[in-house]
Design a protein around this ligand. Structure first.
Ligand SMILES: Cc1cc2nc3c(=O)[nH]c(=O)nc-3n(C[C@H](O)[C@H](O)[C@H](O)COP(=O)(O)OP(=O)(O)OC[C@H]3O[C@@H](n4cnc5c(N)ncnc54)[C@H](O)[C@@H]3O)c2cc1C
Length: 461
């Protein structure tokens, strides 16, 4: 039978961590980082590398990797904005190329940092295959390839139907593209390995510590938890979906629940019907994208299909399960790989993920008027959170750089409308996007997003 795993997940179960101490008493640091995911830990890593004597602490409410960093699809890829074509259209050629190159460099640097620091996290640099499963999706692939060519990006190749199906034997593919700058990884092993590395570099990591308030006292920022207080010159807020709990972010982000499922290990015979020797990550070009990858122990992770926006942005473990979405994921999995349909029962897990009010992320922004030394970030994916760590390093050190000038930094977000408009608008947008995906599946409609829908989305955020 199909199972839901709620807040626990295959990734957590295969990367156990004994949580570090909670914050008690008084601590004084140069930089306090709130949030023990990729963004917080890469920021700590970059800061200590740049300034080995700097006192840096990371504070996590639960356990390292509790958030999306420990429960995601494990793709390390270059995606910014909804697609490369959108990035180009929204920011212009020069800015889009600079942002793409920075994130592509992050994929390579993540691989180097993992190797140099012996982080055992099943990193496999097999590239990304973007597949089209209908005509509308193929038009989107074509536009991304046009964008890659116009920007002069390396590592993009067109795939015919035959080439795509030869690599991974799904009858649903009508064409696609391949991008070389992509790896897959065990996300929880990565984030927990990174915590071990920063601890080794002298960063204090506190877990089971809920930061309730941040205020100012005696010229310092005061980071307050139930049993301890940290005084810091600067604070980096790296709380992703939970940023909604911070007043400054309330209009800027909407938590979005997105779901993944995992099969049991496939047998050698089943793998022979699937192919997929390269271990590349795969995604299609739906609005609610399907993404899937192999694990080293022979499973297939299957994610996407739909997402849930909670009313009033309330993040709750209750939303970590969703049987309807699991059913949908299972259906598309079986259509994609009909010959491996006996490969067992996918189990699901989910995590909240922040959805910014613009599709491109703002990072390194001043957190609150008056607190010019405080920075905040939420990052839309793992390589952007590595890039975000470098951006925050430069911001915290007060050293403007090419990175702090990227179009993904300090972007002007229009802000979401208040509730209940936000929830209603979010629901309508979701339904319209799903309807368009269904129309494409019936080979109706073009690759462009419905102009009316685009206007509504603009109005909403
Ligand atoms: C199901 C799913 C699949 C995904 N797949 C991919 C993928 O394949 N590739 C990819 O690149 N990206 C993927 N993403 C996105 C990616 O996981 C996130 O963008 C990334 O992990 C964000 O990292 P983060 O450190 O900013 O946030 P998180 O990992 O969410 O970390 C935030 C942390 O802050 C802590 N926190 C919150 N409030 C407080 C507080 N008050 N006090 C102390 N601590 C607090 C939380 O407990 C949490 O651990 C996926 C996301 C989801 C949900």
């Amino acid at each position: 039978m199909l199972q839901n795993l709620g807040s626990s997940s295959y990734w957590h179960e295969t990367s156990r961590r004994v949580p570090g101490p909670a914050l008690t008493g008084r601590h004084d640091v140069d930089v306090a980082i709130v949030g023990g995911g990729y963004t917080g830990l890469w920021t700590a890593y970059q800061l200590r590398k740049a300034e080995p004597s700097m006192k840096v602490a990371v504070i996590e409410r639960e356990v390292i990797g509790f958030g999306a960093s420990g429960r995601n699809g494990g793709f390390a890829m270059t995606l910014l904005d909804m697609s490369l074509a959108h990035l180009r259209r929204n920011h212009g050629d020069a800015a889009a190329k600079a942002a793409h190159d920075a994130v592509a460099a992050s994929v390579e640097e993540m691989g180097q940092a993992i190797a140099e620091n012996d982080i055992e996290c099943e990193w496999k640099h097999g590239g990304l295959m973007v597949v089209a499963t209908n005509r509308g999706q193929q038009q989107r692939v074509d536009r991304d390839l046009e964008a890659a060519e116009a920007l002069g990006l390396d590592g993009f190749t067109r795939l015919s139907r035959e080439k795509a199906q030869a690599e991974v034997h799904s009858p649903t593919y009508v064409g696609g593209l391949r991008e070389e700058h992509c790896a897959v990884v065990h996300p929880a092993k990565l984030v927990r390995g990174l915590a071990r590395v920063v601890e080794g570099m002298g960063v204090d990591v506190f877990e089971g510590t809920d930061i309730e308030t941040i205020d100012e006292s005696g010229g310092k920022l005061r980071v307050i938890s139930p049993k301890g207080v940290m005084y810091a010159d600067q604070v980096v807020l790296a709380t992703n979906a939970w940023a909604i709990e911070t007043p400054w972010f309330q209009k800027k982000v909407v938590p979005l629940y997105t779901y993944i499922a995992m099969t049991e290990p496939l047998t050698d015979e089943q793998w022979a019907t699937v192919g997929w020797e390269s271990h590349c990550g795969i995604e299609d070009k739906r609005n609610y994208v399907h993404y899937y990858r192999r694990t080293l122990d022979g499973r297939i992770l299957w994610g996407g299909s739909d997402g849930i926006i909670p009313f009033r942005g309330r993040v709750s473990p209750r939303l970590d399960r969703n049987d309807k979405i699991l059913e949908r994921l299972t259906g598309t999995f079986r259509r994609t790989f009909p010959s491996s349909a006996t490969c067992g029962s996918p189990t699901t897990g989910a995590a909240p993920w922040e959805s910014p009010s613009t599709s491109c992320r703002s990072s390194g922004r001043s957190w609150r008027a008056g607190f010019t030394t405080a920075s905040a970030t939420t990052a839309t994916a793992s390589p952007p959170s590595h890039t975000g760590g470098k951006i925050l390093r430069d911001k915290v050190l007060g050293k403007p750089s090419e990175l702090t000038e990227l179009c993904i930094v300090d972007s002007k977000e229009p802000g979401f409308p208040p509730e209940p408009l936000r929830w209603i608008g979010g629901g309508l947008t979701r339904r319209a996007l799903l309807r368009q995906d269904a129309q494409f599946d019936e080979n109706r409609g073009g690759g462009e997003m419905d102009p009316l829908l685009l206007r509504v989305m603009k109005k909403l955020g």
